[in-house]
Write a protein that binds this ligand. Structure first.
Ligand SMILES: [Zn+2]
Length: 220
């Protein structure tokens, strides 16, 4: 049987649009209620490396989650929601366009960085797992295709601006920040720092908006 035929027979991946319809009118772009729409923070920032975001389902409805904003800011990025992915479909996403996937994740020994393969960023795909540390480890365990990817780990990163999640220590970057730093580091030209600043400004605006809601609720 040809591969294309087999792919059609497999059940579709659990895409983010399969969540239950919201009760309140929601923004078709950021999928949040119209009253808390975050679309004003969308800044279109293209990078040489392409971006695949794999979001754990528990993050999908998290109002403080920043992965969707990242997806909306990086043209051509793909965001899928799921815990266990079909291996064939996942591999197709990872290698689409003949790009080399690179997982943004620490190695087993956190001090060891897996050096990216010597390929230009224009042929790389950065793969980001969006979930708590525990959930992202589970995603690796359930998807050997991901666990076997070459890894990129960030070192000597500045403190996170992600003050809206209580469990977040200053040295722990959000998915948005980690991906933004990695994409800028991988960038071939000298535009990396400017692109990073552009993205982080969007992130800061988003965080300010969320912190405002928390203050109103008295939970900040
Ligand atoms: Zn919106």
């Amino acid at each position: 049987m040809q591969l294309s035929a087999r792919l059609r027979m497999l059940p579709p991946m659990n895409l983010e649009c399969t969540t239950a319809p919201p009760r309140r009118a929601s923004c078709p772009t950021c999928l949040r209620p119209q009253t808390t729409c975050i679309c004003r923070w969308i800044a279109s920032v293209p990078f040489d490396a392409s971006l695949l975001i794999l979001q754990h389902p528990m993050e999908t409805a998290n109002a403080k989650g920043s992965a969707r904003l990242l997806h909306l800011c990086v043209p051509g990025s793909v965001m899928l929601s799921g815990e266990r992915f079909d291996p064939l479909l996942l591999s197709a996403q990872l290698h689409a366009g003949a790009r080399t996937p690179l997982l943004l994740y620490p190695g087993d020994n956190a001090e060891v960085a897996f050096a990216p393969e010597p390929v230009p960023a224009s042929r790389l795909r950065l793969v980001v797992l969006d979930g708590t540390w525990r959930k992202s480890r589970k995603m690796l365990h359930l998807n050997p295709v991901l666990a076997g990817l070459p890894r990129l780990s960030l070192r000597d990163m500045p403190a996170s601006h992600y003050r809206i999640r209580k469990a977040h220590a200053p040295h722990q970057l959000s998915s948005f920040e980690a991906a933004a730093y990695a994409l800028s580091v991988l960038q071939n030209d000298r535009a990396g720092p400017a692109k990073l600043a552009h993205l982080l400004a969007a992130f800061d605006g988003f965080v300010d908006q969320q912190a405002g809601y928390a203050a109103v609720r008295g939970t900040g």
